[in-house]
Design a protein around this ligand. Structure first.
Ligand SMILES: [Zn+2]
Length: 153
């Protein structure tokens, strides 16, 4: 029964090889599952951070009104104001789109609800400022063709 012993020895080798492959497959799957879970956890944390920033970026209507009043409805970068537009044509100032802007953006750690971190900007300067530039950097970029600030002496 030499061939039988030979056959069973071969089967044992094949079974061992299959068991080894199965173990490797299980380990690989476990590792992939671990990576997937870790990725999901990171994504959830990232989403929580984004939500927190979005929540803190919101400006209360009362704060906005206070900032506009304090800054006299004047863009703190280019100097265009409701009064200036009204001086050209009564009522024109109502068409000036002013926005309350976080001086230091919330994403960069600026306070979300501190009036001192808010300023009045026209929509044009605010788009240019985005989330990372300073007023001075925007001033260097813009050329609207009118020196609004010079009209005040
Ligand atoms: Zn402006």
């Amino acid at each position: 029964m030499d061939s039988f012993a030979d056959l069973s020895e071969k089967s044992i080798v094949i079974i061992l090889a299959l068991a080894f492959l199965l173990a490797v497959a299980v380990l690989v799957l476990a590792f992939v599952a671990y990576l997937y879970k870790r990725q999901q956890r990171l994504l959830r944390r990232q989403e929580m951070i984004y939500r927190d920033i979005a929540r803190r970026r919101r400006i209360k209507a009362s704060d906005k009104a206070e900032v506009f009043e304090r800054d006299n409805y004047t863009c703190q970068i280019c100097g265009i104001s409701r009064d200036l537009m009204d001086s050209y044509c009564e009522g024109l100032g109502d068409y000036l789109l002013l926005e309350a802007d976080h001086i230091q953006s919330v994403a960069q750690g600026g306070s979300g609800d501190d009036i001192d971190n808010l300023q009045c900007l026209c929509w044009r300067c605010n788009r240019k400022k985005g989330g990372s530039k300073t007023n001075e950097e925007v001033m260097d970029m813009i050329d609207y063709g009118i020196d609004y600030l010079d009209t005040e002496d």
